[in-house]
Write a protein that binds this ligand. Structure first.
Ligand code: GDP
Ligand code: CA
Length: 321
């Protein structure tokens, strides 16, 4: 299969997902291949102050549009917080969850269209018309799915409260996705996976970004059935998460924070899992035999997504795998 004709699907969460997607876009452009389809996690979407937030969808949209805040790592570049101050003065929203003014414009537009009857897939397609994104974005599902954190002390929090307010410092016992049992894949998701030559699992949080995508009935099955090669990229480098608190999530579900353990968690397609190949960081090269023993082809590569060129090199290595 010449690289120029490769049909690529990416499964992605927010920050790690958007850096990787930028790399995939650059790598595909370089060889003149068609735009990738990106299936985005919507498991941590929420209603706040009457508007619908889609953190991972927005991270990827803003990054592809080139309007994201690369310093903070989330939201719009050059955003202000005037509306947020007023919202807080009313006692609305969450005091520890900042909504930027430009960002609120996105949420208002989205909420208006949803209220008019558009599906999340249709809303995303409409939002993608504003900027040339160079990729087709699909939500994992049109259903509303939540992520709750069950705590050791018996409490239950919305994922965003646990993550943003408590910085994942309260010990989790488990994660639940209310609504996922009834969710079906968004239109186009299963067809894209079935028609792909390569499916790339971004180096996103395996528990709360990739986990919900795989939890939507039919997506895991589509990955197991497709003739595409399914290649994952490790979000763990040198036994640590690069950024964020994904290690706390992994520990809660009984998975060690190591590149090999995450590969085993996804599992080999030959063994009921989803992976044919796994990209490991050079720092984790000695874990390659463990990955191979699990029935997954191990490919060692530099995995730091320091800039678009570095991410594009990772994407190219994944495509070659
Ligand atoms: P979120 O939805 O915003 O939390 O973002 P994602 O789930 O898409 O990505 C979070 C994951 O990205 C974390 O677990 C990090 O370990 C991983 N990550 C961030 N930067 C890098 C990087 O440069 N290289 C690799 N391999 N992983 C990264
Ligand atoms: Ca997320």
């Amino acid at each position: 299969m010449p690289l120029a004709q490769t049909r690529v699907v990416v499964l992605a969460g927010g920050v790690g997902g958007s850096k990787f997607t930028l790399g995939v876009r650059a790598a595909l452009r370089k060889v003149g291949a068609p735009e990738a389809t990106v299936v985005v996690n919507t498991g941590d979407d929420l209603w706040l102050a009457g508007v619908r937030l889609q953190p991972d969808v927005d991270s990827i949209t803003y990054a592809l549009a080139g309007v994201n805040d690369t310093v903070r790592g989330w939201g719009r570049a050059g955003d202000t917080e005037r509306v947020n101050e007023e919202l807080q003065a009313w006692g609305g929203g969450w005091p520890w969850f900042t909504l930027g003014d430009l960002d609120l414009g996105t949420h208002l537009a989205r909420t208006g269209w949803l209220r008019d009857g558009a599906t999340p897939t249709q809303v995303l397609a409409r939002m993608a018309e504003r900027w040339p994104l160079g990729a087709r974005l699909l939500p994992m599902t049109d259903s509303e799915v939540d992520t709750h954190v069950l705590l050791e002390d018996g409490g239950r929090l919305h994922f965003q409260e646990w993550w943003t307010r408590h910085r994942a410092a309260l010990v989790p016992r488990a994660f639940e996705n209310p609504g996922i049992a009834e969710a079906v894949p968004a239109p186009g998701v299963v067809d894209a996976i079935a028609g792909a030559d390569v499916v790339l699992v971004a180096p996103s949080n395996p528990v709360v970004s990739i986990g919900p995508i795989l939890g939507v009935r039919g997506i895991r099955e589509a990955l197991q059935r497709t003739e595409a090669t399914v290649v994952g990229v490790s979000p763990i480098i040198g036994g640590r998460v690069v950024r964020g608190m994904a290690d706390v999530c992994l520990t809660a579900i009984g998975v060690e924070t190591s590149a090999a353990a995450v590969a085993r968690h996804y599992g080999a397609r030959s063994d009921g899992g989803i992976l044919d190949a796994w990209l490991l960081a050079e720092e984790d090269a000695d874990a390659a035999p463990e990955v191979t023993a699990a029935g997954i082809r191990a490919v060692v590569a530099p995995l730091w997504m320091t800039d678009v060129d570095a991410s594009a090199a990772i994407a190219a290595a994944a495509l070659r795998a």
